[in-house]
Write a protein that binds this ligand. Structure first.
Ligand code: BJW
Ligand code: ZN
Length: 255
C-alpha cells in the first residue's frame, strides 16, 4: 500500500480492460450536497441522519421524514455536477467495459453524462407507495432553506403514504443492481472507489470483492477510511480535483 501514486494510478486506469468506478456521498460534496455523515442543519440539526433513514422513523413521523427527503431533493435539484462527475463520465467513455456503481441517491452522475449508473441505494427521484409500491410522481421541490415538516402525498391506488424511493437501513438493496455490481467487481482489473466512508454494508463489500478477485483498488478520498486496507493506491484529495487530473494523466484531457 502507498499513500500516493497518481502516476501509477493513471497508468493502470489507462491500461485497464475492465474498470469499475464506485462512488459515495463525498463524490457530490463539492456540488454542495452534504455527505451522509455531515452534521444536519436547519430544522434537522437535532436529528441524526442514520436515525432518519429508517422505515421505523417514517412510520413514527412520516411528515418529518418526508420533509427531510423533499428538502434534500430540492438541494440536489439546485446542485450541478462538478468536474469530478465529468471525469467519471469520461472514464466510462474511454475505458472499455466500464461500470459505474453509486451509493448516491442524487442524479448528478446522469446529469454529467454517465449513462446507466447502478444505484445501490435507490433515488430521491423515484418515490413510490409505502404499501403497494406503485410509482408516484412529485412536482418540482420548493422547500424553504431551513426545511419543514411535510405530510407525504397519498397513493392514487390505495391511499397509503408515498415514501422516498431510497434504501433505508434494514431494507434489502435492489437485487438486480446488487448482482450486477458484484459481478462487475469480481471481473474488473481496476476498481476506483471515490468519496465513500466504506462503512455501510453490503455496498462496502464491493471494493473488497474486487480486491479478493485480484483487481487493483484505487481510492480517492481526502480522509483515511476502512477501505485503506484493500486499496493499493490512496489518492488523498477531493474528487473534483483528483479525478480530472487522473483522467488527464491517463488519456490526456477529460473533454
Ligand atoms: C470526499 C469529499 C470529497 C468528503 N471528495 N471524498 C454487515 C453486512 C451487511 C449489513 C450490515 C452489516 N453490518 C451492519 C449492517 C446493516 C446496515 C449497515 O451497513 N450498517 C452500518 C452503519 C454498520 N446495512 C443495511 O441495513 C443495508 N441493508 C441490509 O443489510 O439489509 C439486509 C436485508 C436483506 C434482505 C432482506 C431485508 C434486509 C441497507 C443499507 C442502506 C443504506 N442507505 C443509506 C441511506 C439512503 C437514503 C438516504 O440517503 O437518506 O445510504 S445510509 C447512507 O450511507 C446512504 C449512503 O449511500 C451510505 C454510504 O455512505 P457514504 O456514501 O459512504 O457517505 P459517508 O457520508 O459515510 O462518507 C462520505 C465520505 O466522503 C467520507 O469518507 C469523506 O471523507 C469523503 N469525502 N468530501 C472525496 N470532496
Ligand atoms: Zn399504494
Amino acid at each position: 500500500m502507498t499513500e500516493s501514486g497518481p502516476t501509477q494510478a493513471a497508468k493502470l486506469l489507462g491500461q485497464a480492460r475492465r474498470t469499475v468506478v464506485f462512488t459515495g456521498a463525498g463524490m457530490s460534496a463539492e456540488s454542495g450536497v452534504p455527505t451522509f455523515r455531515d452534521a444536519l442543519t436547519g430544522l434537522w440539526q437535532r436529528y441524526d441522519a442514520q436515525q432518519l433513514a429508517t422505515p421505523e422513523a417514517f412510520d413514527a413521523d412520516p411528515d418529518l421524514v418526508w420533509g427531510w427527503y423533499e428538502w434534500r431533493r430540492a438541494v440536489v435539484a439546485r446542485a450541478r455536477p462538478h468536474p469530478g462527475h465529468l471525469a467519471v463520465a469520461a472514464i466510462e467513455a474511454r475505458a472499455p467495459h466500464s461500470v459505474l456503481i453509486t451509493q448516491n441517491v442524487d442524479d448528478l452522475h446522469e446529469r454529467a453524462g454517465s449513462t446507466a449508473p447502478l444505484h445501490l441505494h435507490g433515488s430521491l427521484f423515484a418515490p413510490r407507495c409505502s404499501a403497494c409500491a406503485h410509482p408516484a410522481s412529485t412536482g418540482d421541490p420548493a422547500e424553504p432553506a431551513e426545511g419543514r415538516r411535510l405530510p407525504p402525498p397519498r397513493c392514487d391506488r390505495c391511499s397509503a403514504p408515498i415514501r422516498p424511493g431510497v434504501v433505508w437501513f434494514g431494507e434489502a438493496l435492489p437485487q438486480p443492481a446488487l448482482e450486477a455490481a458484484a459481478e462487475a467487481a469480481a471481473s474488473c482489473d481496476v476498481l476506483l472507489t471515490v468519496g465513500t466512508s466504506g462503512l455501510v454494508y453490503p455496498a462496502a463489500e464491493i471494493p473488497h470483492v474486487a480486491a479478493r478477485c485480484g483487481a487493483t483498488v484505487i481510492q480517492v478520498n481526502p480522509e483515511p477510511t476502512p477501505l485503506d486496507q484493500v486499496s493499493d493506491i490512496n489518492l488523498r484529495g477531493p474528487a473534483a480535483r483528483v479525478l480530472p487530473a487522473l483522467v488527464d494523466a491517463a488519456w490526456g484531457g477529460a473533454g
